[in-house]
Write a protein that binds this ligand. Structure first.
Ligand SMILES: [Zn+2]
Length: 141
């Protein structure tokens, strides 16, 4: 929302909230904007009021989103770490090994490793249960 300082043909000043500059123009053209003092539809924008309060609000929301993303990332990271602690690393043999476990040719256990998109697709088609875990640059050492 943008706050506009408006002024009518009789120099009455008042304020109006609009979604955008275009919103103001549209509403004005349709005659939806009128002066609260005299009802005149001949309205012009006075100097635009600096919308400090809205600006601050948006800043707060952006900050909250940043925190939520950090939190989600931490959760993902913790989950990935748990998998790495409790599962066997099979490297790029993941698809092969996962299929063996699925069909009972290998001991049932948790594994993790890398697979190509094609391999992952074909595993999913075979009904093998797996999930992607995020990898973080600092983990690759
Ligand atoms: Zn007026």
């Amino acid at each position: 929302m943008i706050r506009f300082s408006l002024i009518c043909e009789h120099d009455h000043e008042f304020e109006g909230w609009f979604r955008s500059n275009d919103d103001f123009d549209t509403q004005k053209k349709r005659g939806f904007v009128d002066c609260p003092n005299c009802g005149s539809h001949r309205i012009e924008k006075a100097l635009m009021a600096p919308a400090v309060s809205t600006g601050r609000k948006q800043e707060k929301i952006a900050l909250a989103m940043g925190e939520a993303q950090k939190w989600a990332l931490a959760q993902l990271k913790a989950m990935a770490e748990k998998v790495r602690e409790n599962a066997d690393y099979v490297g790029d043999k993941f698809a092969e090994e996962a299929r063996k476990i699925h069909f009972g040719e290998s001991d049932p256990r948790g594994i993790y490793g890398e697979a190509t998109l094609e391999e992952a697709k074909s595993l999913a088609e075979d009904g093998v249960e797996f999930m992607p875990i995020p990898s973080f640059p600092e983990d690759r050492n």
